[in-house]
Design a protein around this ligand. Sequence first.
Ligand code: AFP
Length: 330
Amino acid sequence: MQRLIPTLRRDHVEEGLISVINTLQICAKEISFRLHQGELAGVLGSTLDENIQGETQKKLDVLANQLLKDILLENSHIRAVASEEEEGIVDGHTTGDYLVAFDPLDGSSNIDINSMVGTIFSVLPAPKDDRQGVDLFLQPGTNQLMAGYVLYGPSTMLVFTTGNGVRVFTLDQKVGEFLLTDEDLEIPADTCEFAINMSNYRHWQPQMRAYIDDLLAGDTGPRCKNFNMRWIAAMVADVHRVLCRGGLFTYPWDCRMPNKPYKLRLMYEGNPMAWLVEQAGGVAHTGEQRILDIEPTDIHQRIGVILGSANEVNTCLEYLQGSQSATTDV
Ligand code: AFP
């Protein structure tokens, strides 16, 4: 089985980027080890703090963030990093060619129940003009050079793209190396599976409620087929399922907080997942535009996300854009 670095060389990935992914996989192994130690490592549970998004921080959120920050910033190719757990960016090497945005531990409410979590990352080029600070990162997802995630599940997997398909590596715990286990993931265009947090139903736009109503109506409804639902509460795990066997994943507009109607973050959740999904033949949209085309205004910007099997995402978009009749009176 192919190892990580030779695979990247075969794919003609530039040496600087290879160095960045090599650093990321070192971090991933360390985080994976701590997670698998669980209670034994004394790292489960919450801290007394909240992160800059106002969410309670888990001890492992803090630890994973610190590990990634420290190890990535030792790499001279890295100009700066941005993290879900940091208010501003953290500067690295002024001559570095790359920026790395990451969610150190996505789905962290799963930690205490020994369920799946992951690290999501997006690598952008460091602009060569006089931009500084946060402005460095304000680039659309189409500029990404590499994007992916590490899924800490029953096995630890590194899934990424450099624009040449989606590669999957599995950590061989015996030798401590990531080995290529899938060369080119492809999302089927059609699906009978969707993922949404149904408890938010009453907060969605009427069009989204109508779309979901028609999925739930099954083979006696207008879609004429039965749909199954899955929700892992960790985007990284839900998107991994979509990449492996298709499906639609969405965290849509939600009216609870008028000034913050979305939950997921563009720079380190939406963009990397959107690129992976597109590379695997799927569609990734906000409901209004292609995710990868968004011109960001903030490193912690939130967006609506609808991604997955192309035909199903497009059907959902037709409902949102009002060109599909709903069975229910909305
Ligand atoms: P964290 O990044 O704070 O762990 O949140 C996870 C997440 O942003 C995303 O991974 C999940 O899809 C979503 O939240 C789960 O949200 P619910 O709490 O509504 O299930």
